[in-house]
Design a protein around this ligand. Structure first.
Ligand code: CDP
Length: 225
């Protein structure tokens, strides 16, 4: 396992199904980095809203967000919300449908971004999401923007959902991620976009390992050079 600098940050952004999480997780293992799944935090907050039946923009939800404890264990594999393991509950279709509406609320983002920046201060990290290269870690040492065709992304997501025994069609998954892309890219606060200094990677015809190797080559070349 290689180790990059003692306080290095790799930030990756991109839409749903572009491969960010799987790629970031593998790179974290190979390079011995902390892994931050920023989307899991927005998903956890969405679970709070669903369980409490609160509107995304309600002051009560913001209070709950300020008061809640979100913690990762097992290098990002497990997420604890107020000490409860919600790793599975945050990936349901109900959360998928609501999360972009919760994530567009500026006050909620403000709380979550503070938390993410604190985690980033703990050591070398690979972090992925929608605004990691632009807002959370604008000075990241390495920035990547992953993308793929919407059909390819829907196929990947369908395979993941089928592994969890969720009964859903490809058309429904494609509609859900297109809707979420649109909301994430057009929101007023911290929209999904490629940072000017991010390296763009089209993963449509690439395997996970090809993307992992490409990113590691960029990072390590820079470390050596
Ligand atoms: O895994 P997938 O790409 O489907 O989604 P995710 O990374 O878990 O993020 C779920 C949702 O959270 C996104 O569609 C965004 O609405 C929101 N999100 C965000 O606004 N900012 C981030 N840094 C990460 C996620």
């Amino acid at each position: 396992m290689k180790k990059i600098g003692s306080q290095a940050t790799i930030a990756i952004d991109g839409p749903a199904g572009s491969g960010k999480s799987t790629v970031a997780r593998r790179i974290a293992e190979r390079l011995g980095l902390l892994y931050l799944d920023s989307g899991a935090m927005y998903r956890a907050v969405t679970l709070l809203a669903i369980r409490s039946e609160l509107a995304a923009d309600s002051p009560e939800l913001l209070e709950q967000v300020k008061a809640c404890h979100i913690k990762f264990e097992d290098n990002g594999k497990t997420i604890l919300l107020n000490a409860e393991d919600v790793s599975v509950q945050i990936r349901t279709p109900a959360v998928n449908r609501r999360v972009a509406d919760v994530a567009k609320i500026p006050e909620i983002r403000h709380e979550i971004v503070k938390h993410q920046q604190r985690i980033g201060g703990e050591g070398s990290i690979i972090a992925e999401g929608r605004d990691l290269t632009t807002i959370v870690f604008p000075n990241a040492d390495f920035k990547f923007y992953l993308d793929a065709s919407v059909t390819e992304r829907a196929k990947r997501r369908l395979a993941e959902l089928q592994r969890q025994n969720v009964d859903i069609t490809l058309a429904a998954v494609e509609a859900e991620i297109s809707d979420r892309d649109e909301k994430d890219k057009t929101r007023a606060h911290s929209p999904l976009r490629a940072a000017d200094d991010a390296i763009r990677v089209d993963t449509t015809d690439k395997t996970i390992n090809e993307v992992v190797d490409f990113i590691i080559a960029q990072v390590c070349e820079d470390e050596i050079g």
